[in-house]
Design a protein around this ligand. Structure first.
Ligand code: IPM
Ligand code: MG
Length: 358
């Protein structure tokens, strides 16, 4: 039975990079027997302009019915003045919450061809392969109460709530341990248990679940130290598992180790393995419409979709090999270009990957 894939191009460079990923999916469908149907809908700023809100009901319905979702990026300066409750980002957060996409997988892998692009010395980053498992539907991003209130003194006070229940910690722990089991068999759980009770519980539950995985080595690290260790000696990490906000911050940090955030895909999964796939970079309004964006993170997100939601690991390998080949051939978008390489735009890069599928 064919699988339904919902395409959400979004804002900024979203439509350009997603167009290349759609080209890739269409080629896999027409040339390699991938049984899929594609649908498209609005999200983010474009949806605000067309319907008044960042996550229209029609989009949410299609998202619920689909087997997997591919998202470009949301947001841009045009919508920054809006109330926080209807900003483009709320479209993304709304999708995560409504679809229960609690497990965010953010690999930070360094392509050896791009070692020069990292701001760190290449011996520190060569061979880097970290998987950050970020909890995505809980913690301070969604905790209640939240808001800005007026105190008796007349002064205003902003407040948010960091909450995690045991079951929320347990299920993200299992995702991390299962992934580690198939990789380097090490999990580092990142918390702030020396200060925050919520993450004291996080540490306790991680330890309890970890005992069920004797073949995986579990360590714990405070988030400030983890940030430092990521830049000091990142290769000490295999799988890192952490809360929603710590994961947001550490994943950007880890991404930069690899030289370009334009290379990194991500998956956000529910308990059944349904997922939303997106590049981890944002909408990059400064280069939107110029044809310069790097489509590789989005094309690699398609590979993650093939692996995690469509049960097509061989096709995922094929896409990843194609990306490897174009990098070996010296093709580079402006964000990753270095001396002696051939600079190409978004579309030419997409075409090259499609041509390299074999
Ligand atoms: C991310 C982004 C989002 C987040 C924003 C756009 C809401 O930074 O996916 O990392 O904070 O989760
Ligand atoms: Mg982020």
């Amino acid at each position: 039975m064919s699988k339904n894939i919902l395409i959400l191009p979004g804002d900024g460079i979203g439509p350009e990079i997603v167009a290349e990923a759609v080209k890739l999916l269409a080629t896999l469908r027409d040339g390699f027997g991938l049984d899929i149907e594609l649908d498209e809908a609005l999200v983010g700023g474009g949806a605000i302009d067309a319907t008044g809100g960042p996550l229209p009901d029609a989009t949410l319905e299609l998202a619920k019915e689909s087997d997997a979702i591919l998202l470009g990026a949301v947001g841009g300066p045009k919508w920054e003045g809006l109330d926080i409750s209807i900003r483009p980002e709320k479209g993304l957060l709304g999708l995560r919450a409504a679809l229960n996409l609690f497990a965010n997988l953010r690999p930070a892998m360094l392509y050896p061809q791009l070692a020069e692009a990292s701001s760190l010395k290449s011996d520190i980053v060569a061979g880097l392969d970290i998987m950050i498992v970020r909890e995505l539907t809980g913690g301070i991003y969604f905790g209640q109460p939240r808001g800005i209130r007026e105190l008796d003194s007349g002064e205003r006070q902003g407040f948010n709530t960091l909450v995690y229940s045991e079951s929320e910690i347990e299920r993200i722990a299992r995702v991390a341990f299962d992934i580690a089991n198939k990789r380097g068999k090490r999990v580092c759980s990142v918390d702030k248990a020396n200060v925050l009770e919520c993450t004291e519980l996080w540490r306790e539950v991680m330890t309890r679940v970890g005992a069920e995985y004797p073949e995986v080595a579990l360590s714990h690290m405070y988030v400030d130290n983890a940030a430092m260790q990521l830049v000091k000696w990142p290769k000490q990490f295999d799988v890192m598992v952490t809360t929603n906000m710590f994961g947001d911050i550490l994943s950007d940090c880890a991404a930069m180790l690899t030289g370009s955030i334009g290379m990194l895909p991500s998956a956000s999964l529910d308990e059944q393995g349904k997922g939303m796939y997106e590049p981890i970079h944002g909408s990059a309004p400064d280069i939107a419409g110029k044809g310069e964006a790097n489509p590789l993170a989005t094309m690699l997100s398609v590979a993650m979709m093939l692996r995690y939601s469509l049960d097509e690991p061989a096709m995922a390998d094929r896409v990843e090999r194609a990306v490897d080949k174009v990098l070996n051939d010296g093709l580079r978008t402006p964000d990753i270009v270095s001396e002696g390489m051939t600079e190409v735009g978004c579309e030419a890069m997409g075409d090259a990957v499609v041509a390299a599928l074999g």
